[in-house]
Design a protein around this ligand. Structure first.
Ligand code: URA
Length: 218
């Protein structure tokens, strides 16, 4: 399979078309298939965690609270891609791939993050439209978002910015403070069967889908 890809000229190493039999250093060289970086490096790990409420996303907590890295294997050293508030639950990507993490968190790549929020009161259609169009927060206008009602007090929002407490602040701004917030999707990554506190390694297909998402923004 790998040989076929190389023979078809679809693999590049540091931008040059790869040749069969040529040695490659997977630690220092950048390998791409069809222009998408692939990890041939066994040291790179990618975990999808369902973060429970009360667990912090910082690497260490001065108050002794459990951190997300306490919930996944300790070796190799890993970090979370972006943050979820201590009270927020749901999907969090944890890795040691700095390049992918940087691209996923950079707003210009615009990878979607989907949240389900249980809120106080019942947002009207006009309120949902306001959230959709974008609204003024103290750090500027929010970009247009996808917003839909899931139930009287439950709404689904998809945003691609990663501002601090953004979803909570958007919902505060329209008079519907969040009671519970769960992240249900990061770009192509979804998982309805991971229980809070559980993690799993990403599949090779999911890693490739993520690489593609940061290339295209979706
Ligand atoms: N928006 C929030 O308000 N909190 C999060 O944890 C993530 C997005």
């Amino acid at each position: 399979m790998c040989e076929e890809l190389i023979e078809d000229g679809r693999v590049t190493v540091d931008g040059e078309v790869a040749e069969l039999g040529r040695r490659v250093d997977t630690k220092t060289q950048r390998i791409e298939v069809d222009g998408i970086r692939v990890s041939a490096d066994a040291d790179l790990v990618y975990y999808l965690l369902n973060k429970p409420a009360g667990v912090v996303t910082t690497a260490s907590d001065t108050h002794g609270r459990t951190t997300v890295v306490d919930l996944v294997p300790g070796e190799p050293r890993v970090f979370s891609v972006g943050r979820l508030d201590a009270d927020t639950e749901g999907l969090l990507l944890i890795t040691n791939d700095g390049d992918l993490a940087h691209r996923l968190t950079h707003p210009s790549f615009g990878v979607d993050k989907e949240y389900v929020a249980d809120v106080e009161g019942s947002p009207s259609r006009a309120t949902l439209a306001k959230l959709r169009r974008g609204l003024e927060l103290d750090d500027g206008m929010t970009a247009p978002a996808k917003v839909s009602a899931v139930g009287p007090h439950v709404i689904r929002l998809t945003i691609h910015e990663g501002r601090n407490r953004q979803v909570r602040r958007m919902l505060d701004a329209v008079g519907h403070p969040v009671r519970r917030l769960v992240r249900t999707r990061i770009g192509p990554l979804v998982d309805r069967s991971l229980k809070p506190g559980q993690w799993r390694a990403l599949s090779a297909a999911e890693i490739r889908a993520l690489q593609e998402a940061v290339r295209k923004g979706c």
